[in-house]
Ligand binder design. Structure first.
Ligand SMILES: C[S@@+](CC[C@H](N)C(=O)[O-])C[C@H]1O[C@@H](n2cnc3c(N)ncnc32)[C@H](O)[C@@H]1O
Length: 347
């Protein structure tokens, strides 16, 4: 800003007030920008522009808009914004990823995809707050994005930890309950050329994403996925494939809002129906609020979104009580407090 303009503002407001205003806006900007950035990135992730750039390099926006029946004006507005905040970069009229965008598309991509799964919840916060709408009745998660985001984030830490435990116990076949996009099963097969995997999810969209991913990874012969509800087991159904171990990654916490009885009953039923099949559980473990205030990690957003969607996070001790009540003994456990995740082999 030209010095003359600054001086005229100082004359009008005084230096102190001007500096205070500037500092307050600067402090708030990352939060506003975070919202805008997430929203525009969701739209580009869903239309495939960012994947196209990663695959083929900088893209001509007009051509991309025409090919994918998008509004060139809206697309250009989004891309110019992202160029301004150095996520994209314009070179010779084409849009590519800037270094920051490249990094966002690595590990953090799962965060953006997972958050996209909660877009409808965030959009409906006010009606939910006013009791005009309720989660599960009028407001839902976008299940395919939740499956995608969980898979991408799971690949970074939870899946390798669980894979290590599976390998250590020498299981030759597993079935994954609530398998989402099947990323976990794909990792198991990549690491162990002999293991056979099955998985199911009650969400058809998630199973369709899983089928696509399995095909992309050329794992059709080794992984089967199907639509099923784990609570159908209560109806005495036991047509699940025979396997050495069941796995359940971040699934059970979705059913704890009204108490632990539902999950205790399910696990008890599983133990009675498949007494010799081990159960491996990976679950979020509650982080004390004071700890999060001291170090506000992404678990703050994680806890918020879970609370808003009636999912309950338990402490490691509370999980262990559930396993015991269901008749399972803990064979091995690994708890990682800093990422709020616990891993159990139950028998
Ligand atoms: C947080 S996601 C985790 C997905 C996957 N396990 C992972 O770690 O990437 C929870 C998954 O459980 C599935 N799910 C929830 N309730 C289920 C049920 N009753 N039967 C089968 N799947 C269920 C959801 O559709 C969702 O895909």
């Amino acid at each position: 800003m030209a010095i003359g303009q600054i001086l005229s503002l100082v004359r009008l407001f005084g230096f102190k007030r001007l500096l205070q205003m500037y500092r307050r806006h600067e402090e708030a900007l990352p939060y506003v920008r975070g919202y805008c950035t997430s929203a525009v990135l969701w739209s580009l992730l869903k239309t495939g522009l960012l994947d196209e750039i990663r695959k083929s390099g900088p893209v001509d926006i007009e051509e991309f808009a025409e090919k994918h029946h998008l509004s060139p004006h809206v697309l250009l507005s989004i891309c110019d914004y992202l160029d301004g905040i150095r996520v994209l970069k314009v070179t010779d009229g084409k849009y590519g990823l800037d270094a920051r965008g490249e990094r966002f598309m690595q590990e953090p991509r799962g965060l953006f995809d997972l958050l996209a799964g909660y877009e409808e919840v965030l959009f409906n916060l006010l009606p939910m707050l006013r009791n005009e709408k309720a989660f599960g009745k009028e407001v839902f998660r976008l299940s395919d994005m939740v499956a995608k985001g969980s898979g991408e984030l799971g690949r970074q830490l939870p899946f390798p930890v669980l894979q290590d435990m599976i390998q250590g116990h020498g299981y030759g076949s597993v079935m994954d309950l609530g398998c989402g996009d099947a990323e976990f099963l794909i990792i198991l097969c990549e690491q162990d050329p002999k293991i056979q995997c099955h998985g199911f999810d009650y969400d058809e969209k998630a199973v369709n994403v899983a089928k696509e991913e399995i095909q992309k990874a050329n794992m059709d012969g080794r992984i089967s996925v199907f639509v099923d509800d784990m609570f159908d087991l209560k109806k005495g159904k036991s047509d699940w494939p025979t396997v050495d171990a069941f796995t359940a990654v971040d699934v059970f916490h979705e059913y704890l809002f009204d108490g632990t009885e539902k999950i205790v009953a399910l696990l008890r039923e599983m133990k009675e129906t498949f007494p010799d099949t081990h159960l491996l559980v990976a679950e979020f473990c509650k982080q004390p609020h004071e700890q999060l205030r001291k170090r506000p990690t992404a678990f703050l957003e994680h806890h918020l979104l879970h609370n808003l969607t009636n999912q309950k996070i338990l402490t490691a001790g509370e999980w262990e009580e559930i396993f015991e009540q269901a008749g399972y003994a803990i064979d091995e456990k690994r708890i990682f407090d800093m990422v709020g995740h616990g891993y159990y082999v139950l028998r």
